[in-house]
Write a protein that binds this ligand. Structure first.
Ligand code: NAI
Ligand code: 15L
Length: 268
């Protein structure tokens, strides 16, 4: 049967807030969890991903989990280790122990951020491109994808790892024209990831059907995802404000953009 009760971790965050608004339309009953309390949501679970007992209780009885919680930008290795690496492990262990069948994992384009962006007639970046994390943050997403594969192979716990591009109300940079996922397409993709059959561990690229697309959406489409949006209407204004991508700027030359060139956050 299709999942109905879904635990949404990171529900207080930007994407979590968007999905709290959009996913109930698909018939899901959401259980919310975040480190931070959520205004107007007295039933939300306020817990840290480090709290194993709280996680076990949070996943008990749900059909699936959408795992968004964690640090969503570059940070120090220690912080990423705790929230994203140990935290995601704790969530998978809780799900395994409680018999949850499926997790939708918020991976990121930054797991493959050092992949050169396609130019001209270059082929789109395939989903099986070697991982090339651009930050400790991207490394934690690469770990999460491996963890997901391991929990499928070892324990039969299914995951769809969604390498999200940029899911915001609107694209705000020229790079985002290529990786933008509209919130509505985000909800369509999460719904497909929750309901497709026999996903084992599937990795998908998460964006709208952008005219300037850099990556291949075929594994997402194979889940039943049919993107409806395109960033192109935003192109003229963004290019007028910011200029075209500069082929001599290394930050413009890779999928991960400025994440590839920003200095690391110290201390390691
Ligand atoms: P966000 O930073 O707005 O939200 C993350 C949420 O996780 C926050 O509410 C925070 O309180 C919570 N959180 C952090 N550490 C936690 C912990 N130890 N225990 C419990 N909760 C914790 O980030 P956003 O943009 O909403 O992203 C959500 C997820 O999607 C993140 O995993 C991010 O890496 C991923 N992602 C998002 C993209 C986007 O375009 N928004 C792009 C690629 C990936
Ligand atoms: C991410 O992984 C971040 O979580 C998000 O805040 C954006 O920076 C996005 O990637 C992006 O690459 O635009």
């Amino acid at each position: 049967p299709a999942p109905r009760t879904v635990l949404l971790t990171g529900a207080a965050g930007g994407l979590g807030t968007l999905m709290r608004g959009l996913l109930p339309r698909y018939g899901y009953e959401l259980r919310l969890l975040d480190l931070l309390p959520i205004e107007g949501e007295p039933d939300a679970i306020t817990a840290d991903l480090g709290d194993k007992e709280a996680l076990r209780e949070a996943v008990r009885g749900v059909d699936a989990v959408i795992h968004l919680a964690g640090i969503s930008l570059e940070s120090s290795f220690d912080k990423i280790l705790k929230a994203n690496i140990e935290g995601t492990y704790n969530l998978y262990e809780a799900a395994r122990e409680e018999g949850v069948r499926r997790i939708v994992f918020a991976s990121s384009n930054h797991a493959i951020g050092f992949t050169p962006r396609p130019r001209g007639d270059d082929p789109l970046i395939p989903v099986d491109t070697p991982r090339r994390p651009d930050t400790f943050y991207g490394l934690s997403k690469s770990f999460g994808e491996d963890l997901a594969q391991f929990y499928w192979d070892k324990h039969g716990l299914e995951t769809v790892s969604v390498r999200i591009g940029s899911c915001f109300a609107e694209p705000t940079s020229v790079r985002m024209l290529s990786v933008w996922m509209s919130p509505e397409d985000g909800a369509r993709l999460f719904h497909a990831a929750l309901t497709a059959e026999d996903v084992r561990h599937t990795v998908v690229h998460g964006s709208s059907a952008n005219t300037r697309l850099w990556w291949d959406l075929s594994t997402a489409r194979a889940l039943g995802y049919q993107p409806q949006d395109d960033s192109e209407p935003y192109a003229e204004k963004l290019i007028a404000e910011q200029g075209e991508l500069d082929p001599d700027n290394p930050a413009h030359d890779h999928l991960g953009g400025h994440f590839t060139t920003d200095p690391p956050v110290w201390p390691y």
